[in-house]
Design a protein around this ligand. Structure first.
Ligand SMILES: NC(=O)c1ccc[n+]([C@@H]2O[C@H](COP(=O)([O-])OP(=O)(O)OC[C@H]3O[C@@H](n4cnc5c(N)ncnc54)[C@H](OP(=O)(O)O)[C@@H]3O)[C@@H](O)[C@H]2O)c1
Length: 295
């Protein structure tokens, strides 16, 4: 019998990519998308109520409170979705002998100011904002509640659906602003792992079909970039005549602090699932897809 996988957050940027990757792989398992309208994971007891009668082998949690600045002012909601709900899902998984695959973030890191080498899975977490704290707690609570938990940390996603399924993401914003103004200033003092949500989704589908040991995996495209370097590659790749100049984070204060360095070492996932494309290749593919959609 085909594995049954409940997908939470199916309409978000990553959830949408999972649905596409699942279809492209020939629907190797039964995917049951469960949007927020059917299950609000922040409401205590809802996961048990909604999933009580359902049969499933895997809970794939792509739902999250992902607004990093908003989390500073609404820590209650961030912790409800990113931490306490994750514990409930893990408890449910334990009770039903179902694996929980939970998506986390590079923002569990950043507090180690001297870091300048990619972070492996066992590096101590050190979040610098409420979002990162809530996600780090979610990882811990899940692991405490259930033995069969896979935590997938990813980073700086760009994908066809855009954030919240509404089409916006850093790539699209840069293209829009570059076309609109002809000049951009982008921070060059924060370094991360730009990552295609389609590439992460493909690995998630393989994780389900091929299985893997429980534990944490860093799934990001290979390489790293400052946001400035990433923006410059976007503008060049999209063939836009615009200047991109570097600036400092202090020029653009935001509500939440961001990690100065949060590049994830993906060698464990590469060992298990094969090479991850360099982010430049993933970006090129994304820009081509974007162009095809507009023509
Ligand atoms: N985006 C990134 O750059 C990034 C980087 C690292 C890690 N991640 C992690 O990757 C995961 C997916 O992120 P994403 O980029 O796909 O985010 P997204 O586009 O914001 O999607 C999040 C999804 O979660 C759903 N959701 C929010 N609150 C919920 C609730 N209380 N109950 C049920 N569903 C709820 C949202 O539903 P609605 O549409 O109804 O609000 C949305 O579909 C998250 O765990 C995030 O922390 C993302």
């Amino acid at each position: 019998m085909a594995l049954r996988v409940v997908l939470l957050g199916p309409d978000g940027q990553l959830g949408h990519a999972v649905r596409r990757a699942h279809a492209a792989a020939g629907e190797p398992f039964e995917l049951q998308p469960l949007p927020r309208a059917d299950l609000d994971i922040a409401v205590p007891g809802e996961a048990e109520r909604v999933l009580g009668d359902r049969s499933f082998d895997v809970l794939l949690n792509c739902a999250g409170f992902t607004e990093v600045d908003a989390a500073e002012d609404d820590a209650g909601s961030a912790f409800a979705v990113n931490a306490h709900a994750v514990r409930s899902l893990a408890e449910l998984g334990a009770a039903r002998e179902a694996r929980l695959i939970h998506i986390s973030t590079d923002y569990v890191f950043g507090g180690d100011g001297s870091r300048d080498r990619p972070l492996p899975e066992n590096a101590p977490v050190a979040p610098v904002n409420v979002y990162g704290e809530s996600k780090a707690l979610g990882e811990t609570l899940a692991g405490d509640a259930h033995d069969d938990v896979v935590v997938v940390r990813t980073a700086s996603l760009f994908g066809a659906a855009g954030i919240g399924g509404r089409g916006g993401n850093f790539v699209n914003t840069v293209i829009g602003n570059a076309r609109g103004t002809g000049s951009l200033r982008i921070v060059d003092d924060r370094t991360m792992s730009p990552t295609s949500s389609a590439d992460v989704a493909r690995v998630l589908v393989r994780m389900v079909t091929e299985g893997c040991d429980p534990g944490c995996y860093h799934i990001v495209n290979s390489g790293s970039a400052t946001w400035f370097e990433f923006a410059r590659a976007i503008v060049r790749g999209a063939g836009i005549e615009a200047t991109v100049a570097p600036c400092s984070t202090s020029n653009y204060p935001s509500r939440a602090r961001r990690p100065r360095y949060s590049v994830l070492d993906n060698s464990k996932a590469v060992g298990a699932f094969g090479a991850m494309a360099p982010w430049q290749d993933a970006l090129e593919r994304y820009l081509q897809l974007r162009m095809r959609r507009q023509t």
